[in-house]
Design a protein around this ligand. Sequence first.
Ligand code: PEP
Length: 254
Amino acid sequence: MGKEPFIVGNWKMNLTLEEGVEFAKSLRNNLHGKNKTISGICPPFIFLKDISRVLEGSNICVGAQNIHSEKNGAYTGEISALMVKEAGCTHVLIGHSERRHLFGEIDSFINAKIKTALSVNLKPIFCIGETLTEREEGRTEYVVKNQLKNGLLGIDNNYVEELVIAYEPVWAIGTGKTASPEQANEVHSFIRGFLTDGYGKDIANGVYIQYGGSVKPENTRELLAQPEIDGLLVGGASIKLEAFLKIIDAASIQ
Ligand code: PEP
């Protein structure tokens, strides 16, 4: 699509604070003035403030891995959109398959979180994707379409442009099985088509659609060579500095 690739690492529940801060410092030093690829990391909540300080003024953004849909209130153990913003986040992962499948998050909750994130100027990285059974039953497009339709319900056109959508087939997350570049591109085209039908070509083309699922340095270039893949959401390989740097490097020479 001719955009600078947007590469985001999802650290999940990994690393210590010290390791995370060291990682962020090395990332910053290694990327400084070197390439134009836009990158970001999503550390655990408790690291956000320290890591944001390290990355302040760089072109590496910081995202949270989750927020609650309400802005404040009696939600013990939850974190609000404004709290992560205050900790330095510009982005937030919403609807990651681990949240959907391990914590029972449903589309209406995800939709409410997207709206709350947008209302405080936090960019959602809205994750969608089918399970292996759904793919094998030929229901990939049906599932993805419903996740998009329900997740984006009631969101104004001008806000849709702010979104990053991450297509992450559940069967490819953390499994070592990557969707082939063609398989991924096919679903990305479907997503782009959905956005075009609903919001028009300009908005649809402006939305970043990332692929996620066992991304590694070796498959980065071929995934990003696909016309509809605008970036990558990286899990396992994003907590290994060398691998993550290689992914960003490979992305910047597309
Ligand atoms: C993810 O958790 O978003 C992800 C894509 O994980 P992995 O790269 O480990 O498959």
